[in-house]
Design a protein around this ligand. Structure first.
Ligand code: FES
Ligand SMILES: [Fe+2]
Length: 390
């Protein structure tokens, strides 16, 4: 990010601190609680957002070398992603063309050949079928036509995108609109995978996303965890059509005025958080980015799975401290996101499920939540949320 933009964002936070203000959307919005509990709504979201929209499955650092592979099954489809021998990112259905058995069972690693465990048909990292054992007995299989089923895949700005449909298209400038220049300037294409975690929790996937969207709750819910480190109810926000960027404010900002502007850097005093529509949060710390991909549970509306992954700045990835960082951040992330945010959000889910509370309210100081929900509605062809008076 350009220096003058970093300074502009920091000055905006300082102005809010000086004047005791926060973002102001000008209106409060009413969100029907059924958006978190209605099976029909959940099915529309699954179809539109998860089965017919490009999915972010990881970062370039998940496939660090030619021959690296990664498996995913987040939206109910078995995916095998590879970096082929020419360095290209490829994505396939993780299914043998013989009888559909997964040809790779590990989550990540490096292989030049994938051998199906059932009858040992073997594939290369570019998806080609390279061996059919005892083909004289089995029959004459045309290897050129029986490679792995390939899905559209694009690697851009350090992000790995896969379209769930074979004939889908991915325009990375549309999917990553607004985020690409920042991701590139932070060096995401070179970030190094550091570890992962998974939280399966009793809350709708959108309630999980909502918890990332405001700092109004820091002084209450996180008073003993995040609040000593972050200012609450102070935040930057820029949005594009589908994605947005928040800038949270750490207490390191209090020391900024002791230094000339020429020494100011956004990351540290500011903490960028990016939302990639529909379900990915990028939390950008000074040396490590924590990425949360949130998925609806396949059958329960009020349940979701958060896939959390950590990626290190290559400048620290090789050091002893750097290597220890993902474990430490994973512990802290669990203490805050899983044990505080998601516990509160699961409580909201029970209110939504009761059928007695018809709506939740998103405040003037929560424009990020306005943007999440109005974007979901727009993409489903629904009207925006209604403003309320009081
Ligand atoms: S199912 Fe893969 S070799 Fe038979
Ligand atoms: Fe939180």
């Amino acid at each position: 990010m350009k220096r003058d933009e970093q300074i502009r964002l920091l000055k905006h936070l300082l102005h809010q601190l000086d004047t005791g203000t926060n973002l102001d959307a000008g209106v409060m919005l009413r969100a029907p609680s059924s958006v978190y509990s209605c099976p029909e709504r959940a099915s529309q979201e699954r179809e539109r957002f998860f089965l017919d929209y490009p999915q972010m499955i990881g970062m370039s650092g998940d496939l660090p070398e030619n021959g690296s592979f990664l498996t995913r099954e987040d939206w109910g489809v078995k995916i095998l992603a590879t970096r082929d021998q020419d360095g290209n990112f490829r994505a396939f259905l993780n299914a043998c063309r013989h009888r559909g058995v997964s040809i790779e069972g590990e989550e990540r690693g490096k292989r030049t050949r994938f051998m199906c465990p059932f009858h040992a048909w073997t594939y290369a990292s570019d998806g080609k079928l390279v061996n059919v054992p005892k083909s004289g007995h089995f029959g004459d299989v045309d290897k050129d036509c029986r490679g792995l089923i390939e899905l559209p895949a694009v690697e851009k700005y350090g992000v790995l995108l896969v379209h769930p449909k074979r004939d889908g298209t991915i325009n990375p400038e549309v999917v990553l609109e607004g985020l690409g220049p920042d991701f590139e300037s932070w060096g995401f294409p070179d970030y190094v995978y550091g570890g992962s975690d998974v939280y399966e929790v009793p809350l709708n996937w959108k309630l999980a996303i909502d918890t990332f969207g405001e700092t109004y709750h820091f002084s209450a819910l996180h008073r003993n965890t995040l609040y000593p480190v972050f200012h609450g109810n102070v935040q930057g926000f820029d949005h594009w059509e589908r994605n947005h960027r928040m800038i949270l404010c750490t207490r390191e900002i209090d020391t900024l005025r002791e230094h000339p502007e020429s020494e100011w850097r956004l990351r540290g005093p500011g903490f960028p958080v990016y939302w990639l529509f529909p379900n990915v949060m990028f939390n950008v710390g000074a040396q490590l980015v924590s990425i949360v991909r949130v998925y609806p549970h396949p059958t329960e509306v009020g349940r979701s799975i958060s896939q959390v992954s950590f990626y290190l700045d290559p400048a620290v990835a090789g050091s002893v401290e750097g290597r220890a960082l993902p474990t430490e951040i994973a512990r802290r992330f669990g203490d805050v996101i899983r044990d505080e945010d998601y516990v509160a959000a699961a409580d909201s889910q029970r209110a939504a499920d009761s059928g007695l509370q018809d709506a939740f309210i998103f405040g003037r100081n929560e424009p990020t939540l306005h943007h999440y929900h109005n974007t979901y509605n727009k993409m489903l062809g629904l009207p925006p949320l209604e403003p309320i008076e009081g």
